[in-house]
Design a protein around this ligand. Structure first.
Ligand SMILES: *Cc1c(COP(=O)(O)O)cnc(C)c1O
Length: 363
């Protein structure tokens, strides 16, 4: 029987454990780079109040939220666009600058959503080799060609957690051909520090072709409401609004984002706790003899020494079966022996360490 043609198929990139937790333990998902905290008091209150006005649309231009973002970060709100998570903005940017036959360039272990976006648009994806699981700016520049329209680069990067020093990004941006868009994804920027983020925003102000992407999903712990934003040269914004849906950032999300920006001290304290836990857990894992990729983010990419992908699979299953912990099984080419997990509350992290130690002892 004939049927309509479908152009897209899912890109399956991760294996997930499908069975129920065998001991009936609570599930602790450390696989999505989320933060473990409840909403800060101001955010909870703003959500409750906005819920009383569910009949009204949010502002299509996210006017109040953009004004607050401008104030907190010292940016012109007219150079900011918000989206339904930065995920939507990756898509919006790509739809504005890419068509089939155009090239998107990313780093070898670049964020998987960049690849998914290229796939969705039918653009050609090119990857530049990394050194020590870190972006190599020279390799990226060398890989640009006449069809390159856009370069997506996350610092710190997911899934590696590594980042380029700010000076190297500044240099890369100024060496980038002027007709190529360079997108600097700062989803984990808060973990790299405010000075780093500010250095990235300055590049946007200096150049015509650089965009910074940020999100409330990671350091702000608000992945569930879906808000991200882009800081871009103002000439780009009309194209982005044309590519984005009118009401994509819902009213609840706008209210929550605005409230969170009024409680930056809470966010900073949480980021500090996660960073200190990250360094503690990395130290313990190295003592246990594991390979830990140096991370500037809220997660770690680790592997057993001389691990095959099967060994890693066994560890991932052991953590689920004995502790109820879900970690992320990286299956990208070249990262098969690794697994990735986000840092959580100290008790959660200790449970993970106990699980890994038991696995190593029984090996
Ligand atoms: C999580 C993540 C994002 C996007 O998250 P949203 O929830 O869509 O804002 C973007 N880039 C990287 C590198 C990420 O890890």
């Amino acid at each position: 029987m004939t049927r309509p043609q479908s152009y897209l198929e899912p890109l399956n990139v991760r294996g997930r454990i499908a069975r129920a937790q065998p001991l009936g333990l609570p599930i602790l998902n450390l696989g999505f780079n989320e933060l473990p905290y409840p909403p800060s008091p101001g955010v909870a209150q703003a959500l409750a109040e906005r819920a009383q006005k569910l009949g009204s649309y949010g502002s299509p231009g996210c006017d109040l939220l953009r004004a607050k973002l401008g104030e907190v970060h010292g940016l012109d709100p007219e150079h900011i666009i918000c989206g339904n998570g930065s995920e939507e903005l990756i898509d919006v940017i790509a739809r504005n600058f890419l068509r089939p036959g155009d090239e998107m360039l990313i780093s070898q272990f670049g964020y998987i959503q960049f690849e998914m976006t290229a796939h969705r648009i039918g653009a050609t994806l090119k990857k530049a080799p990394e050194v020590d699981y870190t972006t190599d700016p020279q390799a990226l520049l060398a890989a640009t060609g006449p069809h390159t329209k856009i370069v997506f680069l996350a610092n710190p990067n997911n899934p590696t957690g590594t980042m380029l020093p700010a000076e190297d990004v500044v240099q890369l941006a100024s060496d980038m051909p002027e007709n190529v868009v360079l997108v600097l994804d700062l989803a984990y920027g808060e973990f790299a520090g405010e000075a780093y983020c500010q250095a990235m925003h300055r590049i946007v102000e200096r150049q015509n072709n650089v965009i910074v992407l940020r999100t409330f999903s990671k350091a702000f712990g608000m992945a569930g409401v879906r808000v991200g934003w882009a800081h871009a040269p103002d000439w780009m914004l009309p194209g982005f609004y044309a590519a984005r849906g009118m009401g994509s950032v819902n009213g609840m999300a706008q209210a929550a984002g605005g409230a969170a920006l009024g409680e930056m001290d809470v966010i900073q304290a949480r980021v500090a706790e996660i960073v200190s836990e990250r360094d503690r857990v990395a130290g313990v894992l190295r003592q246990m003899g594991m390979t830990v990729v140096p991370s500037q983010s809220n997660f770690l990419l680790v592997k057993l020494v001389e691990a095959t992908p099967d060994d890693t699979e066994a560890l991932v299953e052991h953590l689920f079966d004995t502790c109820g912990i879900i970690v992320n099984r990286t299956r990208e080419a070249g990262l098969e022996p690794f697994m990735r997990f986000s840092l959580s509350l100290p008790d959660h992290n200790d449970l993970l360490l106990t699980g890994i130690r038991a696995f190593l002892d029984a090996r």
